[in-house]
Design a protein around this ligand. Structure first.
Ligand code: GCU
Length: 685
């Protein structure tokens, strides 16, 4: 037993506290998991058993050959695997005072249970017509950028802001995987069904997970399986040389092909339901096919053919660009790179390759245009990659609820004359749309996780909402992100004083836009400090670096000319109408103006103000907003858990400090560059 006086604090239950199960647990429940329920069905029964025991209800578990008799139940959940339900979906109805969930399989049963938990008392209200629920994206994945060893620069979790890894300690996979089990339960409750458990930058120790470490990976997979989550590994394209002692990694070399095939055989022998591989190749120094004069289709298909006999999938990342740029070279544009590399390869990838594309053409910025690559490859399965971990959005020190950003991205009508959204492309919807008319399989939705071994999982307790919203949006990209916050609030703070909800909505609903307002303006990107891991302002932090140049500010103006007419030609990568919309200054939306155009400081925005005055005003206004949160949070003392209150208070103080630093540096920088005074008269230093 942990000694509570000296031991670590208990782990926060996130959105699954026992109290959230009271509406279900206080009722008479019947569950019929069916003959093929497996470990996921057992999880459903265990959840119901725990809930009914804690809250005074009663549970009947119906064996496949049993009948329910005439006992009355308030909630009946069962699997009907006759093909009428989506295998991961369910239908919920309320009639005659009974709530029924009919699922297509064990995973659907789990998701149906959590649907009822989320609804709480509302699930037991008036009768209503059947509600059919099924996930939009078939793969809903979280990638962990966890290292086994602690990396000297990146730490244990690359871009992790919540402590160490939940998977690894002391140079190996943890013996005690109870934290992973809690995490798996959280993921299962929001419909996430895949995890990749190690960093895409595969260092030497982690590389061995693929070979010597398989027994440990199998232990991790055992923990995820009961929650409907399949396990994947990030693997290095350089594995044949690094692990197999081969003389080459050339994808066309028969020995290399044989090595991958034998390796895949061993992986699936150890973990029969293993998902597959995530690969970062020819990207930021990782090995890849270019070294052998091969392209990315050759590289991806090499792995795809090794895993195909086992039903495995290769998630091949499109994050390929030149990170050895010369800032003097004005024609090289990192935004173009992924499209230039990948679009010509459309049609060449095997069916079990998914091209994993970051939502923007740069790198998880606060505001970017949506990546044109997502729409450029109709013959390729595409997954869109989001970043739940707050690398560029305040390191989980700042409140920044990302649901609205992801909702905008997933709902953006990028393709086919602005009729087909990013989420539809990633989900293979709305049906056969390839040029040949063939049914195109979906890729999925993926994201970089934000959890660590922190007692609140996410460093900033409110960042739990980002993980929650990610899972829910991957299930239903059309969900309203503010409504998802309500769900999260109800579950996480069950029965709380209404002021808790009111205050957290006031902070969180618009917090992404608030963050944008005190950081880089109008889609210009970066301006973050490379020496503080992308935290805090450094307006010229990347301006003269090899990683690309992003604002080109001089005394007259600011922004990156990415037009076809006079710039890098990036706008030409978009389908109609977006190519024209972004090309023309008159139609380019304000929030992306500096992503696409270089304009004078006195350029008048559609909002009616000038670019320079917008820069001055929004930074100052945003800090006022953040400052107002401090006293509002203070007023909640005693209404939420004390430790949670203290943690948020500490982070809010840092957010105010950091936002102030952003405000003052950005305002002063542009005053010094432009010489244009701030019409509002607020101080500039
Ligand atoms: C960003 C991030 C890196 C990461 C990379 C990736 O550039 O800063 O830490 O490795 O993305 O997505 O591969």
């Amino acid at each position: 037993m942990t000694d509570r006086t000296t031991g670590p604090p208990p782990v926060h239950p996130a959105w699954l506290p026992d109290a959230a199960f009271a509406p279900v647990g206080s009722r008479r429940v019947l569950v019929a998991p069916g003959p093929d329920a497996g470990p996921v069905g057992e999880t459903v029964v265990a959840e119901l058993r725990r809930a009914t025991a804690a809250h005074g209800g009663a549970l009947t578990v119906l064996a496949p050959d049993d009948t329910a008799g005439d006992r009355h139940h308030d909630l009946v959940l069962g699997v009907v695997a006759d093909g009428t339900q989506h295998p991961e979906g369910f239908t919920r109805r309320r009639s005659g005072g009974v709530t029924t969930v009919v699922a297509g399989g064990a995973a659907g049963l789990l998701y149906g249970l959590h649907d009822v938990v989320r609804l709480g008392e509302r699930a037991f209200g008036d009768d209503h017509a059947p509600v059919v629920e099924a996930p939009v994206a078939p793969v809903r994945m979280l990638d962990h950028w966890d290292n086994i060893d602690v990396h000297p620069v990146m730490g244990q979790v690359e871009r992790g802001y919540a402590g160490g890894s939940i998977f690894y300690a002391d140079g190996r996979v943890r013996d005690d995987l109870s934290r992973v089990a809690d995490y798996a339960r959280l993921l299962g409750s929001i419909g996430v069904n895949a995890v990749a458990i190690n960093n895409v930058n595969v260092h030497a120790t982690e590389a061995r997970l693929l070979t010597d470490g398989l027994a440990d990976v199998a232990r991790v997979a055992d923990v995820f399986r009961p929650h409907g989550v399949r396990t994947y590994l990030s693997v290095s394209f350089g594995s044949p040389m690094r692990l197999g002692g081969l003389a080459t990694n050339d994808p066309l070399d028969p020995d290399v092909q044989a090595w991958w095939a034998a390796t895949a055989d061993r992986v699936w022998a150890a973990i029969p339901d293993f998902g597959g591989f995530v690969v970062k190749a020819d990207s930021e120094g990782q090995p890849g096919p270019f070294a052998y004069g091969r392209d990315h289709a050759d590289g991806a298909n090499l792995l795809a053919r090794a895993v195909a006999p086992h039903g495995g999938t290769v998630f091949w990342r499109a994050f390929v660009y030149n990170h050895e740029q010369d800032w003097r070279d004005r024609r090289t544009d990192r935004a173009r790179a992924a499209y230039d590399h990948f679009a010509p390869l459309d049609g060449r990838f095997d069916d079990n390759v998914v091209l994993q594309v970051k939502y923007g053409p740069l790198d998880f910025q606060v505001r970017e245009a949506v990546s044109p690559v997502i729409a450029a490859m109709p013959r390729t399965r595409v997954a869109v990659e989001l970043q739940v971990t707050q690398e560029y959005t305040g390191h989980q020190k700042h409140v920044c609820y990302l649901g609205p950003l992801w909702s905008d991205v997933l709902g953006f009508p990028l393709a086919e004359d602005a009729t087909r959204t990013v989420a539809e492309i990633a989900s293979g919807l709305p049906g056969p749309r390839t040029p040949e008319g063939a049914e195109l399989q979906a890729g999925g939705i993926t994201a970089v996780s934000n959890v660590g071994d922190d007692e609140f999982w996410t460093g900033h307790p409110l960042a739990q909402a980002n993980l929650y919203a990610y899972g829910r949006l991957a299930w239903d990209p059309s969900a309203d992100p503010v409504a998802l916050l309500d769900e999260w609030l109800d579950l996480t703070f069950p029965g709380a004083d209404p002021r808790v909800r009111e205050t957290l909505h006031a902070f969180m609903d618009g917090s992404w836009l608030t963050y944008e307002k005190y950081t880089a303006p109008l889609g210009v990107c970066f301006m973050v400090d490379p020496l503080r891991g992308h935290y805090g302002p450094n307006v010229d932090g990347y301006e003269y670096s090899k990683w690309g140049t992003y604002h080109f500010a001089d005394r007259d103006g600011i922004g990156v000319d990415r037009t076809v007419a006079t710039g890098t030609g990036f706008t030409g990568q978009y389908q109609a109408p977006w190519d024209a919309v972004y090309e023309d200054l008159a139609t380019c939306p304000d929030e992306l103006l500096l992503f696409f155009h270089h304009v004078p400081y006195q350029h008048v925005l559609k909002s009616g103000t000038t670019v320079i005055q917008h820069i001055y005003d929004t930074r100052a206004d945003a800090v006022d907003v953040v400052e107002s949160w401090v006293s509002r949070w203070e007023a909640l003392r005693g209404l939420v858990d004390d430790r949670l209150h203290a943690r948020v208070a500490e982070r809010l103080a840092e957010q105010v400090r950091s936002a102030t630093e952003w405000r003052d540096q950005v305002r002063t920088y542009f005053f010094r560059k432009s010489g244009v005074p701030d019409a509002s008269g607020r101080p500039i230093y």
